[in-house]
Design a protein around this ligand. Structure first.
Ligand SMILES: Nc1ncnc2c1ncn2[C@@H]1O[C@H](COP(=O)(O)OP(=O)(O)OP(=O)(O)O)[C@@H](O)[C@H]1O
Ligand SMILES: [Mg+2]
Length: 721
């Protein structure tokens, strides 16, 4: 296996382009079009889910601050000469609870802006102690309210009156001294509140679960359907391409296009196109929440954003490099594997196992290194983002914790805040990953579209002609043909030069000539697998370029030099999924071509499975199956590229017999390697370096003493029948 740059370029794609290419994206989105509505639904579900996720820490905060901890403190607002105090008294008029002492109030931390709290703290009017408020009217009227009144009366030394009737307050220290059962009664509303918050939280979780299920399902459904469509398109298009295309594209590459490259798009459609919305929404929602809850702390966090962006950008470049390396190496592993296992026979025959193991080890090592590199880059990126997150957390704990200690911020708010900070970094990480997915997707889609944009160069005629029934007259008129240009890219590398011959309906001709003379090329041209550069080829008087391509090929039965069998069963390999050919017809065909004997000996007869390439059958058996395949379609013209393989005399006999029956009443063009075949055809054409140099029957040509005579001496002597 050659190595080095030319080989690599042939097998491996190194190109990695832009993250976003609007032209490619437009074409890709065409595949998504049938699913737009569902995609919108999925985005909607995702938004609901994100909203619910954002809600969760807030519920925690409410639970802690409203129902668990005491969040009230005393405020001395008696100094009305101070403008700010007057302002506070006015602004929080509804929220402030006037105490018995004139000018003193109780305020709830949950309701006051932390900035104002800080200012009040500075003025020294903010009390440090925390209080619990008991409002008699918040208990059900009757026995329960009376009990509360009794408790308050019993511990009257612990409670302080307020200027509002039926409302008393109790300090954190004092409440500790109230016996547990009384306290439980007092706080019955808090317990209920916690229960409600818990139930709401549970409901949120259940809805989130349902939404997540729906979202994952929808996303998979949309993604898989788009992939299904794209794969079908790629396959359909590949089928329409000519052999020329397949000559220059290794099978491994085409397999990769139809599988890996398409799969990369899946990630793009699902995790990028759809999830981007939810990531952005999360980012915006959390940022909003951070600012809403405490804009000062929020700004501290947002100040980290530019740093994160720079780091992400730097890593993105590294990622790209690492990703490219991995792709190149995996492509090489794939190519090596497919090549070595298709060629396993050759490897074993020449005992190359050890060398190949060593070579594979090398390639595998490269792949391993590329993977490790990618992992290292990854391993570095995530911790850096985590580092930023921890810096963020540290800053919040520092500033926020200080505020909590100073009674400026309720503890629950800080807890919720810390949760938001953690959540804030998830979408950032996710968006960074999306860059890579997009990059890969753009590269893959470029390659897929490259295939879809390859115009089939054997195009259907504008007004395709089909003659029914075909008589089977074949004319080559001054045909010159080349598969490709010479390295100078100007001159053609001629394989056939000025070839002219005619075959009458029902006539049989044989082509002979040394290897590489152009015999197989002639029959490829007849079926119009390639178009000729000069001259023309006619079937029943109509240029093959004007023929209906499908009908033309249906009328030409081709048996190739090496028979390809599909991994299926004998039956399918004969009728190639053409269900119109009945079982009886199948058996009759097998009988005509002498394939019935060996098929009959197989354990499952026509249903006997055939492995890839038919490796469980002998060369002769494969040849007979190929005859059966040709006969099943009953073509007017039979084209046969005889296998060069040596076959035992008995099978040879069977094959010859089958062949004569096949050739009967048909125009037959045979590339002959066997004397027995040559002697039975009407005419022999001798090819030499792309030209027809001699013509006649066996005896005439021998008598001539030319090229045929020499060929015969070299090849056919000792093969006498
Ligand atoms: N797909 C192809 N692309 C480019 N060149 C090709 C292709 N197929 C054949 N050739 C070239 O065309 C020439 C003729 O090949 P062809 O297969 O027609 O020979 P042949 O007479 O059938 O030989 P053989 O007896 O060995 O089967 C050869 O030089 C070969 O290298
Ligand atoms: Mg050939």
């Amino acid at each position: 296996m050659p190595r080095g740059s030319a080989y690599d370029e042939f097998h491996e794609e190194q190109k990695l382009g832009k993250v976003y290419d609007s032209r490619l994206m437009k074409r890709l989105m065409r595949y998504a079009k049938p699913y737009y509505k569902l995609m919108a639904v999925t985005v909607f579900v995702l938004l609901i889910m994100s909203g619910l996720k954002i809600l969760q820490p807030y519920l925690t905060k409410i639970g802690i601050d409203r129902f668990v901890l005491f969040s009230n403190a005393k405020l001395d607002l008696s100094d009305t000469t101070d403008a700010f105090i007057r302002e506070v008294r006015e602004r929080y008029a509804d929220g402030l609870l006037p105490l018995a002492e004139d000018g003193w109030f109780l305020f709830d931390h949950n309701d006051i802006d932390p900035g104002d709290a800080a200012k009040l703290n500075k003025l020294g009017v903010l009390g440090k102690e925390k209080f619990y408020v008991v409002r008699e009217e918040s208990y059900p009227e009757g026995a329960e309210r009376d009990t509360i009144k009794a408790i308050i009366a019993r511990h009257s030394d612990k409670f302080e009156a307020t200027s509002r009737a039926g409302t008393v307050i109790v300090s954190y220290n004092n409440i500790q001294e109230i016996p547990k059962e009384d306290l439980d009664r007092l706080r019955v509303n808090d317990r209920l509140g916690i229960l409600y918050i818990g139930l709401i939280y549970l409901a949120v979780l259940i809805v989130t679960f349902g939404a997540q299920y729906a979202q994952v399902y929808l996303m998979a459904w949309i993604g898989q359907n788009i992939l299904f469509d794209i794969r079908n398109d790629v396959y359909r298009h590949l089928q329409s391409l000519s052999l020329k295309f397949f000559d220059s594209n290794p099978v491994g590459r085409l397999v990769t296009r139809s599988t890996n490259d398409v799969n990369v798009l899946n990630e793009m459609f699902t995790s990028v196109v759809i999830n981007l919305f939810s990531d952005l929404f999360m980012l915006i929602g959390i940022s909003g929440m951070l600012l809403y809850m405490n804009w000062r702390l929020g700004l501290i966090l947002l100040a980290l954003a530019p740093f994160i962006m720079v780091v992400t950008l730097l890593f993105r470049i590294k990622f790209r490099d690492a990703y490219r390396k991995v792709r190149v190496k995996i492509a090489r592993i794939n190519a090596t594997l497919s090549e070595h296992f298709s060629g396993i026979r050759v490897i074993k025959i020449f005992s190359r196992e050890k060398e190949n193991i060593a070579r594979f080890r090398e390639i595998n090592l490269d792949y391993y290194k590329a993977n490790m590199y990618q992992l290292v880059v990854h391993a570095l990126f995530s911790p850096v983002i985590v580092l930023f997150r921890n810096i963020g957390l540290g800053l919040i704990i520092w500033f926020g914790g200080g505020q909590v200690v100073q009674n400026l911020l309720p503890l629950g708010a800080l807890v919720a805040y810390l949760s938001y900070v953690e959540m804030f970094f998830q979408p950032i990480n996710a968006i960074a990953e999306k860059f890579n997915i997009m990059q890969a997707a753009m590269a893959s889609s470029e390659r897929i579209f490259q295939i879809l944009d390859t115009e089939p160069d054997i195009t259907e005629a504008e007004k395709p002609v089909a003659i029914e029934p075909v008589k089977g007259k074949v004319d080559f008129e001054n045909v010159s043909f080349a598969y490709k240009k010479l390295p100078d890219d100007v001159e053609w590398e001629w394989v056939l030069r000025d070839v002219s011959f005619s075959v009458e309906p029902g006539e049989s001709v044989a082509f002979v000539g040394e290897t590489g003379a152009g015999k197989t090329t002639i029959i490829s041209l007849l079926s119009r697998f390639y178009d000729v550069q000069k001259g023309r080829i006619r079937v029943d008087g109509v240029d093959v370029r004007d023929w209906d391509k499908g009908k033309l090929r249906k009328n030409i039965g081709v048996v190739l030099q090496d028979v390809f069998l599909f991994a299926s069963d004998i039956k399918t390999n004969i009728r190639l999924n053409n269900e119109a050919i009945s079982e009886e017809k199948l058996e009759e065909i097998a009988r005509v071509v002498n394939a019935d004997r060996f098929i009959g000996k197989l354990p499952n007869g026509f249903d006997e499975p055939v492995t890839e390439r038919g490796s469980t059958l002998s060369a002769g058996q494969r040849q007979l199956l190929a005859f059966a395949r040709a006969l099943a379609f009953d073509p007017a013209i039979l084209v046969l590229d005889e296998a060069t393989a040596n076959i035992d005399t008995e099978t040879e006999q069977l094959i010859q017999e089958a062949l004569w029956r096949l050739m009967e009443d048909r125009t037959s063009i045979v590339i002959a390697h066997r004397l027995s075949t040559i002697q039975h055809v009407d005419r022999i054409l001798v090819m030499h370096k792309g030209r027809i140099v001699e013509e006649g029957n066996h005896q005439e040509l021998l008598a001539k003493g030319g090229i045929y005579y020499k060929l015969y001496q070299l090849q056919y002597k000792g093969q006498e029948v």
